[in-house]
Design a protein around this ligand. Structure first.
Ligand code: AMP
Length: 178
């Protein structure tokens, strides 16, 4: 029997705020209580892909590491492929890389050069949209391979950081906003 659907408010109640992790001043949004609850986890995936059905999407791209959890489950539900965007140095084959600025310093993410095909219909999924730097870098990699980005979806959006303005005008969906 299908699990009854949670609302965004049900999911929000399960997200645990951990102050000062991993460093002072950060309010870390811990999604593990959501993942541990079958009804909430399943409901998150349905909300992240609402409006898409099998056949609409060729690939779901997930961002290292919590994004993998949601993107892989979404890919299975949509009968689409799953593509990982990883931190530099983790993927074994030839990659394209993209660097982006962090508060202090910079980071680099990578995608296999043959992960997506020109014109392929792709969703990008991550757990959380903060400044948008990570997702913007992932979008640059997807566009380098000529993919058609249908939507970018996040379980959580930190609205006050206005990360969505960095996502190149692609549709942005978030389930829980702070
Ligand atoms: P950003 O590039 O600033 O949009 O940061 C997004 C990435 O950092 C996501 O992959 C998140 O997993 C992680 N992240 C940023 N801020 C938080 C936070 N407050 N709680 C949990 N994860 C975060």
């Amino acid at each position: 029997m299908p699990l009854p659907h949670p609302t965004a408010a049900d999911i929000e109640r399960a997200i645990r705020n951990v102050p000062d992790f991993p460093k002072p001043g950060i309010q870390f949004k811990d999604i593990t209580p959501v993942l541990a609850d079958a009804r909430l986890f399943n409901g998150c995936i349905d909300l992240l892909i609402d409006g898409f059905k099998p056949g609409d999407v060729d690939s779901v791209v997930g961002i290292d590491a919590r994004g993998f959890i949601f993107a892989a489950a979404a890919a299975v539900k949509l009968q689409a492929g799953f593509v990982p965007v990883r931190k530099k140095g983790k993927l074994p084959y030839q990659t394209h890389e993209q660097s982006y600025d962090l508060e202090y310093g910079s980071a680099t993410i990578a995608m296999h050069v043959d992960a997506l095909h020109p014109g392929s219909r792709v969703l990008l999924i991550d757990d959380l949209l903060a400044t948008g730097g990570t997702a913007a870098a992932a979008i640059a990699l997807m566009e380098k391979l000529g993919a058609k980005i249908l939507e970018t979806s996040f379980l959580i959006e930190l609205k006050f950081l206005d990360g969505r303005k960095r996502l190149g005008g692609h549709p942005v969906r978030s389930i829980v906003a702070y």
